[in-house]
Design a protein. Sequence first.
Length: 206
Amino acid sequence: MSKTFGRSVVLALAALALSIPTVVLAAGPEHVPVTGMPQLAFTHPEQGRFLIAQVVWMAIIFAALYWLVKNVGLPRVAEVLDMRQQRIQGDLEAAQRMKEDADAAMVAHREATARARAEAVGSVASAVQAAEAENHKRAEVLNARLAAQVAAAEERIGRARVAAMGALREVASETTAAVMTKLVGSTDAASVSAAVDRVLAARGRA
């Protein structure tokens, strides 16, 4: 309120100062012609003193306006600029904090992803190793079972082969003895058995 009143007073004084020379000249009893430029007629007996007064009033008004601008206008402008600078600085700091938070979140996300990937790789490797170990154990058990079955089969085959060879030798010996008895009339069991053994050995069946 006081600032507005001060500006109004200054403007009123300026208007009054500008109107004083006109009023005084109009009220004068005589009028002396002005030679040259009226704005610079400081030596004129009537107009000169009013021009000087007008210049003085203009200087006073300029000083008052300068004071108002310096003490009222410029501080408010400086205050507005300072508030704007503080707001901009606050926004920049907030943006910087948000950027740092985003960078930290990105780093944490990358670290978590790397840990999860490493854990997944470790879990897969452990599962593969466990599966391989289990398969190896099962293969060993199966191989042992197959080896036992093969050995048992070979043993049965061997016993059957021995039994078959014994039966074959017995049949061959009896057949040979019967043929020799019919041909010669008598046979030597030891000779027949030896002959059968030689024949079987020659054929790889002994």
